[in-house]
Design a protein around this ligand. Structure first.
Ligand SMILES: [Zn+2]
Ligand SMILES: [Zn+2]
Length: 382
């Protein structure tokens, strides 16, 4: 084990500090500052900040040529009120680190600690604290940043803690592990009227109420590993909060999911067709836009093999678990750059689920995650 007891105490304090000060996607300025502050004494060869937003990348470089291995964590928290009695609970109303990104960030800091003490023999390690994972915009922004060329990896790895999975065990497989998803915003426009004379206006109410179950029915109930489609209505609004006005506008938000990107176009087409039909039938105008676009996350066999070797050498039990999972993960963007793989680290079968108000990252996962990643580094770069 490359971390001392004193390291563990400091790493936990760092995690709790991030946890107390959650910042949501795109607003991670202070979180990034805390990461940079913790990195400075570890003297990375290079430190990039404000990468694709508030992203931070620390490079640990050897004098000898060799491959570049990138490890990614996330900086952002969620716009959810935390329900916790812990001393390190969120100090920001309505915001909380309820996905464990504070923990993932700490795992990378543990790696930086180890790399500063025992440099690699060849190549480079890039530790990337990525912004804005939760809304799917951060990975794309980091990859689009011109400075990404300075840290372009040959392999990329990531992990996510996973409640529901036995503590300290791992789910890992080659191929798709997270679904493709995107938010579809539908606007139906008619004409408002006085509530006493609704016949003089054009209300989208009937079209809206037919459309919501029709969209939901695009779900095929298949498990994620097969030809999976899921459409979930997440928000809807109609007219104004007033008794005197018959509504003229409606908005429906629906999240579309498929196992792989190739199937998404087809699901979008079907959903759009339903909207067009409903709007035409009712004589309404319509507008459709897409948001929070996540590519599916696909593990490259070569990168999976590196992780499997590391898990085996560290004595961490792993299997395919219930992968692929329905949820999305913007690490999926990485596969356009290089072979990449992500594994899922059990937070305990009874642990509160991700994004639940009572979720908190288990600190004991930090050493496990850090040991596995460090084993990948030592095996690949010495
Ligand atoms: Zn999340
Ligand atoms: Zn997450």
């Amino acid at each position: 084990m490359f971390l001392t007891n004193r390291d563990m105490v400091e790493l936990q304090a760092f995690r709790h500090d991030l946890h107390r000060h959650p910042e949501v996607s795109g607003e991670e300025r202070e979180t990034a500052r805390r990461v940079v502050e913790a990195l400075r004494p570890l003297a990375p060869s290079k430190l990039l900040t404000e990468l694709g937003g508030h992203g931070v990348a620390a490079v640990f470089e050897s004098q000898e040529p060799g491959p570049t291995l990138l490890f990614r964590a996330e900086l952002d928290a969620l716009p959810i009120e935390e329900k916790s009695q812990a001393d390190h609970r969120s100090t920001v109303a309505g915001k909380g680190h309820l996905c464990g990104h504070d923990g993932h960030s700490t795992i990378l800091l543990a790696l930086a600690t180890g790399l500063s003490r025992q440099p690699i023999a060849r190549g480079r390690v890039v530790l990337l604290w990525q912004p804005a994972e939760e809304d799917g915009s951060g990975a794309a922004a980091v990859l689009a940043d011109p400075r990404f060329a300075e840290i372009r990896p040959d392999f990329a790895y990531s992990l996510h803690n996973m409640p529901g999975l036995a503590f300290g065990t791992v789910a890992l497989k080659s191929g798709p592990v997270n679904c493709a998803s995107r938010g579809m915003k539908i606007r139906l426009s008619g004409k408002t009227a006085h509530a006493s004379q609704p016949e003089t206006g054009l209300s989208p109410m009937a079209a809206m109420s037919r459309l919501m179950p029709a969209l939901t029915a695009l779900s095929n109930g298949a498990p994620p590993a097969t030809d999976f489609t899921l459409a979930t209505v997440t928000h809807a609004s109609l007219g104004e909060q007033a008794f005197g006005i018959a509504p003229g506008d409606a908005e429906i938000w629906v999240t579309l999911r498929t196992l792989i990107d190739d199937r998404m176009a087809e699901l979008c087409e079907k959903a759009e067709q339903l909207v067009v039909e409903a709007a035409q039938e009712a004589g309404l105008d319509h507008a459709i836009s897409y948001h929070d676009i996540f590519f599916h996350c696909e593990n490259a066999p070569e990168a999976v093999a590196h992780l499997e070797e590391a898990l085996t050498s560290e004595g961490v039990r792993f299997d395919e678990g219930t992968l692929p999972m329905r949820a999305s993960e913007d690490f999926g963007r990485q596969r356009a750059i290089c072979p990449s793989a992500m594994f899922f680290l059990g937070a305990g079968e009874k642990h509160p689920a991700l994004h639940n108000p009572d979720y908190d990252y288990p600190d004991d996962l930090t050493t496990i995650g850090a040991r596995v990643f460090m084993a990948v580094i030592r095996k690949g770069l010495g």
